[in-house]
Design a protein around this ligand. Sequence first.
Ligand code: NAI
Length: 258
Amino acid sequence: MPRTYLVTGSASGIGRAVAERLQGQGHTVIGADLGGADIEADLATADGRAALVTRAGELSGGRLDAVVACAGVAAFDPLTVRVNHFGAVATLEGLRPLLAAADAPRAVVVSSVASVHPVDDELVEAALSGDEGAAVAAAEAAVERGEGRVIYGSTKRSVARWVRRTAVTEEWAAAGITLNAIGPGTVVTPMTRPMLDDPEARAVVDTAVPMPLNGHAAPEQVAPLLDWLTGAENTHVTGQVVFVDGGADAVLRGDGTW
Ligand code: NAI
């Protein structure tokens, strides 16, 4: 049965691949991105987040079957905090009332295997407490210490933990809305292409994200998992971070977590 999806980050990479896959199955996809999408909104800003919610309500007629929060950046910069954590949380919280109007509502956010890398605990805790100013300040402090590289993984950790604690609440589980995250390994997209084209940077990436099964992924190899998690068939998977990483999480964390 055709469903209506909202996909952020729909103009590129993983978001584009899942949007195209869903459209190919006959579903309606409302794309959102900085440009080249049905809804053009900057999720780093309060105005952009509000515009997303307003336009999504108009374009969907007040009901969304699923939301895929994919928009993200990987800069060693506080912007990454604004987009990856607060932009994603605003997307999911803002669109939740539209999901609540559907029969089989589903939501998923794209975290990363970088969520298991070392993080800035202050940044993560500030993000989880909903204090954007404090989280941005922690990111600025990390940049000043020359540790800007921890920002990305910190945002992916905080959004994954937000999913864990939020999925089982009244507003989500008790309302019949699944809420999960996925944790991709290295996916070849415009975000990673410049690093992967540089042999030195590629070696650093491959050490940080070892992928013994089939190596780097194409966005089209990640999209089916997003498709299943947000489909009506997913009745009981919620609060999970599902790694789609060629085994990287199992290499990095071993059998101490499951
Ligand atoms: P991409 O750069 O191809 O696509 C990201 C999209 O997000 C772009 O279209 C961009 O315009 C949009 N975006 C960025 N900032 C935005 C903002 N302020 N407001 C609205 N839209 C914004 O990157 P890719 O690789 O497809 O990444 C998608 C998601 O997957 C991101 O959250 C990324 O962190 C995550 N991810 C990517 C991995 C990879 O290896 N490529 C690995 C793990 C996670």
